[in-house]
Design a protein around this ligand. Sequence first.
Ligand SMILES: *[C@@H]1O[C@H](CO)[C@@H](O)[C@H](O)[C@H]1NC(C)=O
Ligand SMILES: *[C@@H]1O[C@H](CO)[C@@H](O)[C@H](O)[C@H]1NC(C)=O
Length: 318
Amino acid sequence: MVGSFEVEQYSLSKLRQFHERFLSYSNKIVKGHCKLWVSESISALVVIGLFLSFLLATVCTYFYVFPRYQPAAVRTYRVHESSNSVGKCNVFEGKWIPDESYPLYNASQCPFAEPGFNCLANGRRDRGYQKWRWKPKNCDIPKFNVQEILGKLRGKRIVFVGDSLSRTQWESMICLLVTGVEDKRNVYEINGNKITKRIRFLGVWFSSFNIRVDFYRSVFLVQPGPAPRRAPKRVKSTVRLDKLDDISKEWIDSDFLIFNSGHWWTPTKLFDMGCYFQSGGSLKLGMGITSAFRSSLKTWAAWVETSINRNRTRWSKP
Ligand SMILES: *[C@@H]1O[C@H](CO)[C@@H](O)[C@H](O)[C@H]1NC(C)=O
Ligand SMILES: *[C@@H]1O[C@H](CO)[C@@H](O)[C@H](O)[C@H]1NC(C)=O
């Protein structure tokens, strides 16, 4: 128990470092270039979306093509067993560098790119923001080769779980893969659904490659619920910290599971909306957001331990 908790802390802090560096970087870019066009908040979203897409594309394919570089979470289990050897390369440690050969796709030619996230189509003039690639400190990530990736993903199911950042990552993944499909009619949403903010499930099928790329909206990963009876009036709803989201059973049958959570763990999205934490039968009115988030991640980690077939599914930390 103590052991696995250390593992948790280790990779969480790595991810947090990475996340902070990433956010400060996108802030810089947003401040530098975006004031002239559209509104700043939209710019920020777009920039963050794009950065995440590049990140996702590179990291995802990287893990797949080079399985010896495991995702932080998986690798740290090994680290724990064999004490000091941290592995050859930590892909989470590095920086964004300019690369003229990017971008990897044109959003205007991708039917799965949300119009609101298509910077150029929305009037942005500069192009430099598309030309960044993630460079790990001690190694190189091979460039995305769509035919190779499509070949490797044949017959696989990739599942993205999380908030709107996951949705844009999902879109980017599809847009990247679509560039390698000749007849775009062979790629479609299985229920014919359009991409919308609140939709809980979207599944895109690459029929000629037998690849599924799915998105599940689960902003907390754990289960949202109604206010318990006899709760104080200000409590309008709860987040159940001890129970993973009900739709989690849909995630199990997958080859890659990519989680993300964090942007909804804020006072404005929780307390200001009358949403409080609950664990078991008890309402945790005084519980802070950080400890609630930590508690939800423990629930998530326990779920991964018990529900995921590690022989098949590779997964990323939220
Ligand atoms: C992207 O595609 C659109 C539509 O086909 C085209 O008008 C535009 O020039 C392309 N942009 C770039 C940068 O190639
Ligand atoms: C996973 O693989 C190991 C070693 O090949 C095997 O012993 C184990 O039974 C497998 N577990 C499952 C759930 O398939």
